[in-house]
Write a protein that binds this ligand. Structure first.
Ligand code: KG4
Ligand code: ZN
Length: 337
């Protein structure tokens, strides 16, 4: 469907301003990510208004860098692709408006991409593309989803979180024991010195038939435990608290993956999202895949976390919309129920 021209992808659904150029064959010609984490650190989480303002300030430079790194100009492109949702509505609108303006002013076709389909499509990029069918676990600061991927164009939602995302829960727990935002990676490091059995925290949705996740009960149990221990003791047992909390989050993710594999057997498991970097999750999924004879695919870290190469990758398989039929396209914060 595509000519040999590359696609420009734009992603601004949360707190990373991203642009990338990807060829029709899935080679990454450039992949620029400007993280705003340092601006949100002092608030202990992403502040939507702050994110929107930074996207607005950064988007033109980030797009320009992506084009320059790839050695292409707008007139060389096959299309402009952008995340239209789900995510923070103000943040999404900055990327969407920029993408529409860039496409329209060059009479280019346009592709609106679902952010989660983008995470799935990170697996289709070179140099090590994974072919469907596979099961895909996406766990990040914004989402926790089990996707059944049958082809390149979409996925079936097998289950998702009913409240907090896995990364969000890890970040909130990390904050309660004094780690800076986003605390998932530091909690991971700290856990290596702790006893994961020190505090038996509850695993959400453990006995449910559903493949949905829940982390809010766990988060509350953690907050109560920290309060019960008191500041002195909580500080002293920080590593035990971290290891026990991480154990509960990872167990919840791994058990739902197992449950999904029992229901719908496939030969491959892919993981994405920032939490895919977690060492305990990787170890346990590696063991699970060895036990079941499955192939485990973990894209490189910069393709697991939010990026625009995955958005351009997803766009390769979607129908482009010709100019000017996309001018009234809108962003959406959530998937329709
Ligand atoms: O995909 P991502 O960069 O985008 C957002 O959702 O914004 O994911 C970020 C999440 C954060 O919650 C962060 O704490 C978590 O990924 N994370 C980790 C690790 N590295 C990053 N969680 C657990 N273990 C890690 N090593
Ligand atoms: Zn994401």
């Amino acid at each position: 469907m595509w000519s040999e021209r590359p696609i420009l992808g734009i992603e601004t659904s949360c707190d990373d301003t991203c642009a990338a150029v990807v060829t029709p064959a899935g080679e990454i010609a450039s992949n620029v990510i400007s993280s705003q984490a340092r601006f949100h650190d002092r608030y202990g989480g992403v502040v939507p208004e702050v994110a929107s303002r930074h996207h607005l300030e950064l988007i033109n430079a980030v797009v320009e860098n992506a084009l320059q790194d790839a050695g292409v100009e707008l007139c060389d492109l096959a299309a402009v692709a952008v995340t239209s949702g789900p995510g923070l509505i103000g943040a999404l609108l900055i990327g969407l408006s920029a993408a529409k303006a860039l496409a329209a002013s060059n009479s280019l076709p346009f592709v609106a991409v679902d952010h989660l389909q983008g995470h799935v499509a990170a697996n289709f990029l070179q140099p090590d593309p994974t072919e469907p069918p596979f099961l895909c676990l996406i766990a990040s600061g914004g989402h926790t989803l089990l996707a059944q991927v049958e082809d390149h164009r979409g996925y079936r939602n097998l289950g998702e979180t009913r409240d907090d995302a896995a990364g969000e829960a890890l970040d909130k727990a990390a904050r309660l024991i004094g780690l800076s935002y986003p605390g998932g990676a530091e909690l991971d490091r700290l856990s290596r010195d702790g006893d994961p059995a020190a505090f038996p925290f509850p695993v959400g949705m453990k006995r449910a038939d559903s493949l949905d996740f829940s982390f809010s009960g766990l988060k509350t149990a953690f907050a109560y435990k920290v309060r019960e221990l008191g500041p002195e003791e909580a500080r002293r047992r920080k590593a035990d608290l971290a290891a026990s909390f991480q154990r509960a989050v990872v167990t919840s993710l791994v058990e739902k993956v197992e449950q999904a594999l029992d229901q719908t057997p496939v030969g491959k498991l892919a993981i994405g999202g920032g939490v895919a970097a977690n060492s305990e999750l990787r170890e346990r999924l590696t063991a699970l895949c060895e036990r079941r004879g499955l192939e485990l695919k973990v894209p490189p870290r910069e393709l697991c976390t939010d990026n625009a190469a995955m958005i351009a990758s997803a766009a390769r398989y979607l129908e482009p919309v010709e100019h000017p039929r996309y001018l009234d396209f809108d962003a959406f914060a959530r998937h329709a129920a």
